[in-house]
Ligand binder design. Sequence first.
Ligand code: B4P
Length: 187
Amino acid sequence: MRIVLLGAPGSGKGTQAKLIVDKLNIPHISTGDLLRGAIAAKTPLGLAAKEVMDKGDLVSDEIVLGMLKDRLNQDDANNGFILDGFPRNVTQAAMLEDLLAELAMQLDHALLIQVDPDEVVARIAKRAEIEGRADDTETVVRNRLNVYKEQTAPVADFYKNQDILTEVLGKGSIEDVQARIQAILRF
Ligand code: B4P
């Protein structure tokens, strides 16, 4: 199964993706995690990405696509994957479509996790206390939410037009949300 997970920052994409891969045995590909890995390894790409991520802006489409292409070419992605945090704008959605066509692959589902902005801010504030991520401060989170509204929300229409979009209520416990996702994906 090939799945794209969409949603605002803190909507639960990463949290839900980890639970889905445990059940479906497909890789969880998070562009946020790939970028944080490059930062931790202090690669030139990571250093360039860090400055942009710390402000809550989007890293360049070319950098993210290059990373994603390398990841999708690994053997474990042959039988399916869950993409978390990609595509982040309509350009990336079109780039993904081209890349999948090149690999003779097709998406099965785009899931949009819907959570109120106040809930998202509260969740990220909690994570900030635990993990101390540089982009989880209140000012940066507000910018990330604006970037989401302006650039990422339109991606939902892209998949709605392809008839593969399903909205998932992201309210309630992690288990509640997972149960809704499992009902949609039927596993
Ligand atoms: P991401 O790593 O994607 O960060 P995120 O949006 O905060 O993650 P997520 O939404 O998965 O958080 P989660 O739900 O797990 O991106 C970070 C940055 O990387 C971006 O701002 C951008 O700069 C860059 N980037 C990434 N992809 C890019 C791309 N394609 N193009 C360009 N730039 C890109 O968790 C949130 C918190 O909520 C957790 O603490 C979790 O425990 C909690 N939570 C989850 N579900 C809950 C529930 N039901 N109830 C209560 N708490 C819950």
